[in-house]
Write a new protein. Structure first.
Length: 146
């Protein structure tokens, strides 16, 4: 009977040990799962923050790009007006193989416009609205500083 009791105690101890180890392993798995969930949640926060920063960057770039497009359209509009003969002081023109800078603009009594030019060849020249050279080319506008 002692032998039977010893076998039962060993079987009971083995079952209890297996149950204890299984329960411990399950608790350990649950702990690992909770740690994984915490890491993913924190990671999700970082991803969320990165998405927000990326969205802000794209929004800023979009705004800057729209501003640049508007400025370019305005500049092109001004250039088109200048190519039509509406020159102002500071415009750089090219004709007869020489670049000229407009340093003066006068409205004459007879309704014509006279532009005073200074060339890269250090000569002065006058053009009038009724006799603009045919090969005149608008190069750019630059601010004159005297």
């Amino acid at each position: 009977m002692n032998t039977a009791l010893a076998v039962l105690v060993i079987i009971f101890a083995g079952v209890w040990l297996c149950a204890y180890l299984g329960l411990w392993h399950s608790i350990d798995n649950i702990k690992d799962s909770l740690d994984y969930i915490k890491r993913m949640r924190n990671n999700g926060s970082e991803i969320s923050q990165s998405k927000y920063e990326l969205y802000e960057l794209i929004s800023k770039l979009h705004k800057d790009l729209l501003t640049e497009i508007a400025c370019l359209a305005t500049k092109n509009n001004e250039d088109i007006k200048r190519m039509g003969g509406n020159y102002i002081v500071g415009d750089i023109l090219k004709f007869d193989g020489t670049r000229w800078c407009i340093f003066g603009k006068d409205l004459l009594a007879d309704g014509r416009t006279r532009w005073k030019l200074f060339g890269e060849n250090e000569e002065e020249y006058r053009i009038y609205s009724d006799s603009i050279p045919e090969d005149i080319e608008f190069i750019k506008h630059s601010e004159l500083s005297f």
